[in-house]
Design a protein around this ligand. Structure first.
Ligand code: GLY
Length: 417
């Protein structure tokens, strides 16, 4: 089978590695790949998604797997499907579950899916009226602001005081993230255990992967700004009660998607929190979470390409997922300054040596540049290190020689490194 994989991050690199393990793979094409892994497939350059569709037809590509959220929100799936090409990814309408926080909240309200109370803020006047009323009503010490649109994982703010929240709201409405923050959601802060629940959907069936967890805050002790994720692991030890709540939620979500005639094959990621009042949905992403998917695919024994192909054929009822018995971990090595202003351009000196020394660690490239047989950091999250052994991951990260390397040293319940 000829496959096209779209996307540049460590998420796409781990997907690529799993596709290469499959006997079903004939030729692997790459669109917009990352520099770290672009030599592992045949690159397709394209002008727009119509051009990409034509090139897929010429190369007899049967399935396109789209990793990132932006092309989904721009409607890549709708265009490729119009060429008769099968896809893994939400169509433009349903990608709004991620690309509009307001759309997602309204979807949850319509189907009685538990979520945190919220208010929509669209103007300075709303700040003085709706926002103040909201704060008075819930009397929380912390308040959450979420830009409505896509902000590369940087549009969520947990505010400890009202003045900061008001100032931040003004900055957002003034266009801190251009159009993406012209509308903002104010949400009641929720306390509890967070769970990432990544599912595949085929228009009829929602197939859950193992529940996993990422670490969103940048710094040790769960402080600092929100990031895309500094690490992840699976599976989670969950009580029977929580498992039951998740099962009930999945039935609700599946019914809601079917009722909305969601006729796409792709991922839907539910960011869940288990509060004193029970399970609530914090957010949806219409793609596999990064770095959760790195940990999950380290644990997956089944043929991933076969699973994706069955999803694209609306045959998820034929799929059983087989997982390794032991835990899987992903540690993100980022560059100093991430997420606001990451440094870049540092040579990662001893990567090959470490790969030989620690053969059980898989290295996936997020933001790197390869030049003259050398490798350099090139952005916020640089590498994803994956293994079944969290201790070895930390040894690898510790010994990694690059100047502005930065990673959380307190993950996976280990003592600080
Ligand atoms: N780790 C969550 C995300 O992919 O945004």
């Amino acid at each position: 089978m000829n496959i096209l994989l779209f996307g540049a991050g460590a998420r796409e690199h781990v997907i690529l590695a799993k596709l290469h393990e499959s006997k079903l793979l004939s030729r692997l094409f790459l669109a917009n790949p990352g520099d770290g892994f672009k030599r592992l497939g045949e690159i397709i350059e394209f002008i727009d998604y119509y051009d990409l569709g034509k090139k897929c037809v010429e190369r007899k590509i049967e399935l396109v797997i789209i990793g990132p959220e932006e092309p989904l929100a721009e409607g890549i799936v709708d265009v490729l499907n119009s060429f008769g090409i099968k896809t893994i990814g939400a169509n433009k309408h349903f990608s709004k579950l991620e690309s509009s926080k307001i759309f997602a909240k309204q979807f949850m309200q319509k189907y009685n899916i538990p979520t945190s109370p919220f208010e929509i803020i669209e103007s300075y006047q709303d700040i003085e009226t709706k926002f103040i009323e909201f704060v008075d009503k819930y009397k929380e010490k912390k308040i959450v602001l979420k830009a409505d649109g896509l902000c590369k994982g940087k549009g969520v703010f947990i505010c400890d005081d009202i003045k900061f929240a008001k100032d931040k709201l003004k900055k957002l409405l003034d266009g801190e993230f251009d159009k993406a923050s012209k509308k903002v959601i104010v949400e009641k802060y929720q306390e509890g255990e967070e769970i990432s629940l990544i599912c595949l959907f085929d228009g009829k069936i929602l197939l859950p992967f193992l529940p996993s967890r990422d670490y969103k805050r940048a710094y040790d002790g769960n402080i600092g700004p929100n990031t895309g994720g500094m690490g992840a692991y699976c599976p989670l030890k969950l009580s029977n009660d929580v498992k039951k709540q998740i099962s009930q939620y999945l039935i609700k979500l599946q019914n809601a998607l079917i009722n909305e005639k969601a006729n796409f094959s792709g991922f839907i990621y539910s960011g869940l929190i288990i509060t004193k009042e029970g399970l609530k949905v914090l957010e949806y992403n219409m793609r596999p979470g990064d770095p959760e998917i790195q940990a999950l695919l380290t644990a997956l024994k089944s043929d991933f390409l076969n699973i994706l192909y069955k999803a694209s054929e609306k045959r998820l009822d034929e799929v059983n997922l087989n997982w390794e018995n032991n835990s899987s971990y992903c540690l993100v090595v980022a560059s100093e300054g991430y997420p606001q202003n990451p440094k870049f351009g540092d040579e990662i000196v001893n990567l090959d040596k470490l790969k030989q020394k620690y053969p059980d660690v898989c290295v996936y490239y997020a933001n790197v540049l390869k030049k003259d047989k050398k490798i350099y950091s090139n952005g916020g999250r640089v590498l994803s290190l994956c293994s079944h052994n969290a201790y070895i991951l930390y040894k690898f990260a510790e010994e990694l020689d690059f100047k502005n390397k930065f990673y959380r040293k307190d993950l996976f319940g280990l003592k600080s490194f």
